[in-house]
Ligand binder design. Structure first.
Ligand SMILES: Nc1ncnc2c1ncn2[C@@H]1O[C@H](COP(=O)(O)OP(=O)(O)OP(=O)(O)O)[C@@H](O)[C@H]1O
Ligand SMILES: [Mg+2]
Length: 569
């Protein structure tokens, strides 16, 4: 219901109730006046009649009294009049024609001294009283109608001017403020409550506009800061991800995408543990570590393609201005290669130490060994020796030769030999090694096949490279045992490297041995069959030539050795 209707309803109610009350009071007052008037009239009639009645009663002249009574009853307001003696006998009575109508009766005593000798009974007509009441009611109804009409007009005029229009303009201003027009103000036309309200609204709108402007400025500053932080996060070389309180990821930077293989869309909203599938989050997230800042903790992750990578993680809690925890930020760096390098360095140092020891040992053993071999050979020339002695000397000489070979291997490995670097053809070296080993291969029904490309010459010590190929092919023959193929390919790699691949159909290398086969003295062969120096020597020689040597193998499915050597520049 609108204010106008509400106001009109209340005003109507007020007018009706007040008019009814006033009318009731007026009716009661009017009736009292008329009744008092009747009483006065009754009084004077009774006074006159009582003296007439007294005289008449004393002289028993009831006719005169009857006449008086009839005359009095001629009054249109009197219905009946009776003079009654104290013994109850009616001595005179007159009734007007209006019998049966509503009446008001009064009784007056007829006295001699203090004793009553009769009563005068007068009945007045209530017609006057009722007609006054009727008039008052009609006036009240007319009044209500007039007041309603006036109220309706006044309601429209005053309420419109004083309330509706100001309220409408206030509502319009509030709506436009709500819709974002902060500069709209209300025009103030009066100094009443609405005027005050409008000016309070204008002040409020001023404050809101000012605050909004400040908020906008702060928002722009925050956006600029956010942009800066985003750029820093994006350009970080380390992976970074932010988790909220429940551990789900909310930020994932490009470096993290590169390290893990997951795209940003794949990880946002998911739990840290679901993505990395390791103890990384439990280990490194400050949220899980009672707010402890984690610094460069070594952990690991499993990438999207299933690789296990070692990472160094640092993390911290992110707090709101009031100290409440919002989540955690984790920065991680892939240190897998670093770790491998470290391991390799350790390994290299170990090998270098072995190399030095071997070099010293070989040097010391070489001379006595030369003497043993020399004397054994010299003694073998002695014709006086019997067969048994000759046989024993042969064994001494063979074993000394074998020991000499080991010493040579050790010397090779420890690079104590001088290299004679020259321009050589890889394909020629391969040919000469195959020639050397063809008999051995044929004996075991092994075919050595080649697929030789027209590769460039390399700068190398021919004998040393022959030694490398020899060792690798001998290993392949031993791994095959009998009936198999050795395939040798050459090709150019990256324009300035010649690649030699030697593939065999032997038993292959067990995964746990792959990382050890280039270590000196590592062998899977029986005690007298292998020294474990062959591949160690190969590695030493290839390194001296600034090349690389690698192996690919599946246990039970042969092995492929890949050698890369730089071309002759
Ligand atoms: N082609 C191959 N197939 C399978 N295993 C191989 C192959 N080449 C090398 N290996 C493994 O690597 C080990 C080390 O080889 P390496 O040549 O260094 O020593 P060795 O052959 O055992 O002994 P040595 O060469 O001194 O006679 C071997 O014992 C063998 O287990
Ligand atoms: Mg060998």
């Amino acid at each position: 219901m609108s204010i106008k209707e509400e106001f009109y309803k209340r005003l109507s109610l007020f007018v009706i109730i007040s008019t009814i009350i006033i009318s009731a009071i007026a009716i009661v007052a009017g009736r009292n006046i008329v009744i008092n008037d009747m009483k006065d009239k009754g009084d004077s009639i009774a006074r006159i009649l009582s003296s007439v009645a007294l005289d008449s009663m004393l002289i028993y002249d009831y006719v005169t009294m009857e006449r008086y009574v009839r005359e009095v009853v001629n009054d249109k307001n009197i219905i009946s009049l009776s003079v009654i003696r104290s013994d109850g006998e009616i001595i005179a009575k007159a009734e007007s024609r209006k019998t049966g109508e509503e009446s008001y009766s009064l009784r007056y005593p007829i006295k001699i001294g203090e004793s009553a000798i009769g009563i005068i009974d007068i009945s007045f007509s209530m017609e006057r009283v009722n007609s006054i009441s009727k008039r008052i009611i009609i006036s009240a109804v007319v009044f209500i109608v007039i007041v309603h009409s006036i109220a309706f007009i006044v309601n429209n005029m005053i309420i419109n001017r004083l309330i509706i229009l100001p309220v409408r303009s206030l509502m319009q201003a509030v709506r436009s403020l709500r819709d974002g027009s902060l500069h709209n103000r209300i025009e103030i036309h009066s100094k009443n409550e609405f005027g005050n309200l409008a000016s309070a609204f204008n002040e409020m709108a001023d404050t809101i506009e000012r605050n909004f402007k400040e908020i906008k400025e702060k928002q722009l500053e925050i956006q600029a800061e956010k942009g800066k932080i985003e750029t820093i996060v994006k350009s970080l070389a380390d992976g970074l991800f932010v988790t909220n309180m429940d551990g789900s990821i909310v930020t994932f930077n490009p470096a993290a995408v590169v390290i893990t293989g997951y795209s940003e869309e794949e990880v946002i909203g998911r739990q840290c543990e679901d993505i990395f599938k390791t103890r990384l989050c439990e280990d490194a997230c400050a949220l899980h570590n009672k707010d402890k800042t984690i610094c460069n903790k070594e952990s690991e992750i499993i990438t999207k393609d299933g690789q296990r990578r070692i990472v160094s993680v640092s993390s911290a809690i992110i707090r709101r201005w009031d100290g409440a925890i919002l989540g955690g930020v984790q920065v991680f760096r892939d240190i897998t290669e670093e770790k491998q390098k470290q391991a390799m360095m350790c390994h290299a140092e170990k090998l270098a130490a072995i190399g030095q020891l071997s070099a010293g040992l070989a040097h010391e053993i070489n001379n006595p060994l030369g003497n043993i071999l020399g004397y054994a050979r010299l003694m073998l020339k002695d014709r006086s020796l019997n067969d048994k002695q000759r046989e024993r000397l042969k064994i001494i000489s063979e074993q000394a030769e074998k020991a000499g070979m080991i010493v040579n291997g050790l010397l090779n490995y420890s690079r104590q030999q001088e290299f004679k670097m020259e321009r050589v053809s890889v394909n020629n070296i391969i040919d000469s090694v195959i020639k050397l080993l063809s008999l051995e291969a044929e004996k075991n029904n092994i075919k050595i096949l080649t697929d030789i490309s027209d590769v460039r010459d390399i700068k190398a010590d021919k004998r040393q490279i022959e030694q490398v190929l020899f060792n690798i092919i001998i290993n392949a023959i031993q791994a095959i045992g009998s009936d198999g193929i050795i395939q040798i390919n050459t090709s150019m790699k990256e324009d300035n490297y010649v690649e030699i691949r030697i593939k065999d159909t032997g038993h292959g290398i067990a995964p746990e041995h792959i990382s050890k086969i280039f270590d000196p003295f590592f062998t899977t062969k029986p005690v007298n069959k292998g020294t474990g120096l062959g591949l160690a020597v190969c590695m030493g020689i290839i390194k001296e030539h600034n090349g690389t040597i690698d192996v690919e193998s599946k246990y039970g499915d042969g092995a492929t050795f890949i050698i890369k050597l730089p071309v002759y520049a």
